[in-house]
Design a protein around this ligand. Structure first.
Ligand SMILES: Nc1ncnc2c1ncn2[C@@H]1O[C@H](COP(=O)(O)OP(=O)(O)OP(=O)(O)O)[C@@H](O)[C@H]1O
Length: 388
């Protein structure tokens, strides 16, 4: 969707802001441009909407060489969000939101209806906020209006320059989450500049790690950049806690799950004891009659006699939905001070994740990336080789 082909930008004073940069961004992908200050991220982004002209190289948007397009028309087809929100102070929130449709001479009623929908979409009730002026909003609300405005004419491409930079960390995280939800629906092709590696990892389908001199040191998925940094510069930039960061971008797969025996609340205790014995397990997961997680039972004291599992089961609510990140699972384990966390698909119990499995999953995802294999496809070696 966006292709930079050997692009360079030298300023008249000789500064090489971007050097021989090639980058392909697939349609619907969100690519984060990350790196320390002054390494050419903003310059790169502004060349895509021709706010800055490259010295050499070519840039294509949707297959078309943009140097041949009228820059003003080009910009109307590309949403642009900047750090401060960039709102016009003397215009209302709704008027700001419909800036581009107005420039495009949309019918006024249609533009305003679109503006109201978009304010709703970014979590600002149009009746409450539409008639306010930017100075009557919080920083986070201004950012939301900035996003709504960029989306107003439904452009396929969005450029976002530190869009969540001007707000405190709590609001920032909320805005990131909201934007990811929106992006899940809208599937825009997005370039997002940030100097925050955590934001880059969290938001990006891919990350371009910029190095001083406008060079891209690595362009890959967050998992690959964290798991197998291309060189010392990238390793240093992503930080020594990259293992921890990787937890956040590695989803739980079925191969990661342990399958302890499962018993029901109303099972007679001897039957439960037999289930544990047959499975060679010291404990079992307990589900209620509807199949929802209730807790667990173990054989620290012999299980038997009359009564049902209900009499001995311990409650435990530590669970995460299938598809969650390893970090989310780890967080729940810590929250409940538990040695395992149940993984549910809707209401269905799939298995449990233990610290040991978590560690294995983390190692596995990196090994797979090194081999160029989708980690989802890796089959773990089993110890079931007796009799082979
Ligand atoms: N008009 C200009 N004339 C000369 N040099 C410039 C000009 N604009 C930018 N530069 C230089 O180009 C380099 C890249 O700047 P750019 O704004 O793209 O960096 P960046 O990675 O976005 O940094 P930041 O994270 O601080 O915004 C810097 O060294 C900057 O000083």
């Amino acid at each position: 969707m966006i292709r930079l082909d050997r692009v360079a930008k030298r300023y008249p004073d000789g500064t090489a802001a971007v050097e021989d940069l090639s980058l392909d961004v697939a349609a619907g992908d969100l690519v984060t441009l990350v790196g320390p200050s002054g390494c050419g991220k903003t310059t790169t982004m502004k060349m895509v909407n021709r706010l800055i002209e490259p010295t050499s190289g070519r840039i294509f948007v949707d297959g078309e060489d943009i140097t041949r397009r009228d820059p003003v028309k080009l910009r109307r087809g590309i949403g642009y969000v900047i750090q401060s929100g960039g709102l016009l102070p003397h215009r209302t929130v709704l008027d700001n939101t419909v800036t581009v449709p107005t420039l495009l001479r949309w019918d006024r009623a249609k533009a305003r209806a679109r503006g109201r929908d978009l304010l709703d979409l970014v979590g600002l009730a149009p009746d409450t906020y539409g008639d306010r002026y930017p100075h009557q909003l919080s920083g986070g609300q201004r950012q939301r209006v900035g996003v709504a405005r960029a989306l107003a004419a439904d452009p396929p491409v969005l450029l976002m320059d530190e869009p969540f930079g001007a707000v405190d960390p709590v609001v920032r995280e909320r805005l990131q989450t909201e934007f990811l939800r929106l992006q899940g629906e809208l599937k825009k092709t997005v370039l997002l500049v940030t100097h925050d590696i955590d934001e880059a990892v969290r938001m990006g389908d891919r990350i371009a790690v910029f190095a001083p001199g406008g060079r891209v040191a690595q362009y890959d998925t967050p998992l690959a950049v964290l798991g197998t940094p291309a060189d010392d510069y990238v390793a240093d930039f992503v930080g020594t806690d990259r293992g921890l960061k990787r937890l956040a971008v590695t989803p739980i797969t079925r191969d990661d799950l342990e399958l302890p025996p499962v018993v029901r609340l109303d099972d007679p205790l001897p039957q439960a004891a037999e289930r544990l014995r047959a499975a060679g397990s010291r404990w079992a997961v307990v589900l209620d009659a509807d199949g929802d997680l209730h807790g667990w039972i173990d054989d620290r004291e012999p299980i038997g006699g009359t009564g049902t599992v209900r009499d001995r089961a311990r409650r435990m609510d530590a669970w995460v939905p299938f598809g969650s990140s390893l970090k989310a699972a780890f967080g729940v384990m810590l929250q409940y001070d538990a040695g395992w966390v149940a993984v549910l698909d809707g209401d269905r119990f799939l298995g449990v994740l233990t610290p040991g499995r978590l560690h294995e999953a983390l190692r596995r995802s990196v090994g797979a990336e090194e081999a160029g294999i989708d980690p989802e496809r890796v089959v773990l070696e089993t110890i079931d080789t007796i009799g082979d």
